[in-house]
Design a protein around this ligand. Structure first.
Ligand SMILES: [Zn+2]
Length: 300
């Protein structure tokens, strides 16, 4: 079975066109605060915003390589089905969030626990979190203080523009699944147990990061092995080792997964860069091959 997981060339994230999307798991604040500038900030961002307004570019953007979203609160109208998730980055994020949380709900239920869903806040430019201001520069992060994930889709534009296919749908899904891994750690009490040990390659914060990668792999296993009822195909095509390396490296190269310092939360300001590429690969793969969270004991 292990080798089967790596035989098929090529990968994709393909939703069932008929499937409904649950947008209640997303708080769409794009364009609401912090100036709403989409990409780059400053003069470049302002020009981009003006161009977008002038040409009436669709909020949310229709393609991976298109402009960052500039309009507000469009997700409920725009993201209704799996077909939307296949066509648009913002809707794909909704679909991945739904899939990740479906998985963890059933995993928790199987262990007699209850899973509390976490919302993802989509924003442009800047927004407030219980962990301090969320900005484009900070990159995606999970805030233990309000149990929400903060994501500027401009991060994905950068992934795609700098890495092409390597920064495509699977890399995006990995980023989302990794952040939900932090939520799972928070729910399980792992985060609280290790706060305070933030420095160095063997620190608890690096082990937390690697475990979140492993949890992302566990989800990917289920997303790649569970056939959709309508299409008969799984959400994710089988991944090659090269696919995994490419996606993890692309995500790590443009993000640093910072969590803002705050009273009740743990912080590691630069964690994506601390786990080595080989470590991240190892732990994502451990989760992906096993499909079981118990394989993610990075502290052991
Ligand atoms: Zn992380």
């Amino acid at each position: 079975m292990l080798s089967d997981g790596f035989e098929t060339k090529g990968w994709d994230v393909d939703f069932d066109d008929q499937a409904g999307l649950d947008t209640s798991q997303v708080d769409d604040r794009r364009g609401i605060s912090g100036g709403g500038l989409a990409v780059g900030g400053g003069a470049v961002g302002l020009v981009g915003l003006l161009v977008a307004l002038f040409f009436g570019i669709s909020p949310g953007g229709g393609t991976d390589s298109g402009s960052a979203p500039v309009a507000t609160g469009s997700i409920q109208q725009d993201c209704r089905s799996g077909a939307d998730a296949d066509a648009r980055t913002d809707c794909r994020v909704v679909g991945v969030i739904n899939s990740v949380q479906d998985y963890w709900s059933s995993e928790f239920a199987g262990q007699g626990r209850s899973y509390s869903p976490a919302r993802t806040v989509l924003f442009t430019g800047q927004t407030q979190s219980a962990c301090g201001p969320a900005t484009t520069d900070v990159g995606p992060f999970y805030c233990p203080g309000d149990k929400e994930i903060y994501l500027d889709l401009g991060f994905f534009n950068e992934l795609t523009s700098r890495f092409g296919a390597k920064g495509g749908p699977f890399a995006q899904a990995y980023v989302v699944a990794h952040e939900y891994g932090h939520h799972v750690q928070d729910l399980l009490g792992t985060t609280g147990k290790v706060s305070g040990d933030r420095q160095g390659a063997d620190s608890a914060s690096v082990k937390l990061e690697l475990q979140a990668d492993c949890y992302a792999g566990v989800w990917a296993n289920h997303a790649a092995s569970t056939p959709d009822r309508a299409t008969g195909r799984p959400l994710i095509d089988k991944l090659t080792r090269a696919d995994i390396s490419d996606a993890l490296n692309a995500a790590a190269a443009v993000g640093d997964d910072r969590i803002q310092q705050q009273a009740q939360g743990h912080v590691d300001p630069d964690t994506w860069t601390h786990g080595s590429a080989a470590q991240r690969d190892h732990w994502f793969t451990a989760g992906y091959v096993s499909g079981r969270p118990v394989a993610c004991d990075t502290f052991g």
